[in-house]
Design a protein. Structure first.
Length: 328
């Protein structure tokens, strides 16, 4: 049995996700051949990249006899939504603690999109007041719950820890299995809490794969993000007992964040409209819209040749579009 198979996994989504050719976008941009891996179609709760991580995290919660799963994120967290759905499916209680990161959001941002869906899935929601320190707030909440005797299983923001990252080791496995057909030159995706890129990079070591993985950052400066991804990927390699990656393998661009996390940017709006109109595919304002804007930016800067086959991993998030109508 391989190391990866030693981790308990439950089926929460539709895998493997399809890979499709974006032929209209490819033609429009006149650059490399662009393909898309539809991790927005994982099935659970309108889909997204957190489903892969939860397939490994939820069995760990069950193994630890959790009575309550607690997780954290921004108000429009896609991770929170998928966790709420996974918990209700597995008969676990779920508490979501949300951080207000967007400056002056309209009411729709606070109540529609993912927030509405969290409620449909029956999760409890707490919103940290703006004037409080988020880390202290949620740590105190968890401490109080534990003091009352509740067995809490904590899932960090974005499900990003070495167990969650196994979901993206598995994703790379799916890509490799089909790569004879495509011969991908690059993989591009949005990087936030870092588990997605960490899993893909650990997977490169585990499966001996050389396809470069480019993270388009949506929150932090490049130097901070590279450290975060590297640390997470290193821990994942250790867990998989494979060679440790070199820090130079972590490639991150931070030019496409715009005004800040969750704040709309012109490039994001342009990319989201373009994919909707040319391919009928919905991106999202916080992650995949900015990541695709990054991919367009890199094509324009001639970072790829016309012969390259670039795979964009669509990490999901369109559930938040209705909460962002004001931005369009
Ligand atoms: C969480 C998320 C990401 C970022 O993945 P990380 O593993 O947190 O880096 C990208 N896209 C969407 C839609 C997400 O919800």
């Amino acid at each position: 049995m391989s190391m990866l198979e030693k981790f308990e996994r439950i089926k929460l989504g539709h895998f493997p996700t399809p890979i499709e050719h974006l032929k209209n976008i490819t033609k429009y941009l006149g650059g490399p051949n662009i393909f898309i891996k539809r991790d927005d179609c994982t099935g659970l709760a309108t889909g997204g990249n957190k489903t892969r991580k939860l397939e490994f995290l939820i069995p760990d919660a069950i193994k630890n006899k959790a009575e309550l799963v607690v997780t954290v994120g921004a108000v429009q967290s896609n991770h929170a939504r998928q966790t709420a759905a996974a918990c209700t499916l597995m008969g676990l209680k779920c508490l979501i603690i949300l951080e207000q990161r967007v400056k002056d959001p309209p009411e729709a941002y606070m109540n529609s999109g993912n927030v509405f869906l969290n409620k449909l899935y029956g999760a409890d929601i707490k919103i940290c007041p703006k004037n409080e320190n988020f880390l202290e707030y949620y740590e105190k909440t968890i401490k109080d719950l534990k003091a009352k005797g509740t067995n809490v299983y904590f899932i960090p923001g974005g499900g990003s820890n070495p167990i969650g990252s196994m979901g993206y080791v598995e994703c790379l496995n799916e890509i490799i299995k089909e790569n004879d057909k495509y011969n991908f030159s690059h993989i591009v995706h949005a990087t936030g809490s870092s588990g997605t890129q960490a899993g893909l990079l650990a997977g490169r070591k585990y499966f001996n794969c050389n396809i470069p993985v480019i993270g388009i950052c949506i929150r932090y400066d490049k130097t901070i993000q590279i450290d975060k991804v590297y640390m997470e990927a290193k821990k994942s390699c250790e867990l998989l007992q494979c060679n440790i990656l070199d820090k130079s393998e972590v490639v991150v661009y931070d030019e496409y964040i715009g005004p800040g996390y969750g704040e709309p940017s012109d490039e994001m709006i342009e990319a989201t409209k373009l994919l909707a109109k040319k391919e009928g595919i919905l991106l999202d304002p916080v992650y995949s819209g900015k990541a695709f804007a990054g991919l367009i930016g890199l094509v324009k800067k001639k970072q790829f040749t016309k012969k390259d086959n670039v795979l964009f991993i669509h990490t999901g998030g369109s559930a938040s579009l209705s909460a962002y109508e004001w931005a369009f």
